[in-house]
Design a protein around this ligand. Structure first.
Ligand code: 5GP
Length: 171
């Protein structure tokens, strides 16, 4: 599979620091619960909370919505162990494509009586408008490429790359 660099390691680091500063302004005096959406967000979430001054609790949910490169209906396959009630929850995503996953998670967390709910995503594709979701914090707006690296995979591979690469269509 051929791939080309889209965002390098230094650009990611700088952006993560920027997002951390923005999140700190809102959450430094609170007791936030950051919920990573598995598996793709695990590297972003760990870099993000280490760049923040706020003491952040974390949990994870797992939403299955992609089989290979085809979009499917989201399904919650792991719910996390925290009580979300009365918590300031920030959902941390790797990438928002159609917005289907975020819309699904918005209704999931809204039914949990959270105190507040915000969404942070490292990457956002233009199709995000398809569903009624507007993440509160966005790292990079990217073109409609299939991307891998920095936690993102294709068939389980390439998550450990330090940069973000787009897959070159070699058909
Ligand atoms: P959405 O529900 O917004 O259409 O899709 C979100 C999920 O689809 C992401 O959490 C991610 O798992 C997957 N996804 C969407 N675009 C890409 C991409 O370009 N690369 C990878 N690896 N996963 C993607």
């Amino acid at each position: 599979m051929e791939k080309e660099l889209l965002i390098d390691e230094d650009e990611i680091k700088e952006k993560v620091r920027e997002l951390a500063r923005e999140l700190d302004r809102k959450y430094v005096d609170k007791d936030p619960l950051f919920v990573g959406v598995l598996k793709g967000s695990f590297i972003f979430l760990s870099d993000l909370i280490r760049s923040m001054d706020a003491d952040v609790e974390i949990d994870f949910v797992d939403v299955e919505c992609y089989s290979d490169m085809e979009a499917g209906d989201p399904e919650l396959i792991m719910e996390g162990t925290s009580s979300f009630e009365d918590r300031d929850v920030v959902v941390v995503e790797d990438i928002v494509d159609t917005g289907r996953t975020l819309e699904f998670l918005k209704s999931f967390f809204s039914s949990k009586d959270v105190a507040s709910l915000e969404f942070c995503t490292l990457l956002k594709k233009p199709e995000g408008h398809e569903f009624d979701v507007d993440p509160d914090y966005v790292g990079f707006d990217i073109p409609d490429y299939f991307v891998v690296g920095y936690g993102l995979d294709v068939n389980g591979k390439f998550r450990g790359l330090n940069g973000i690469y787009y897959v070159v269509d070699d058909e």
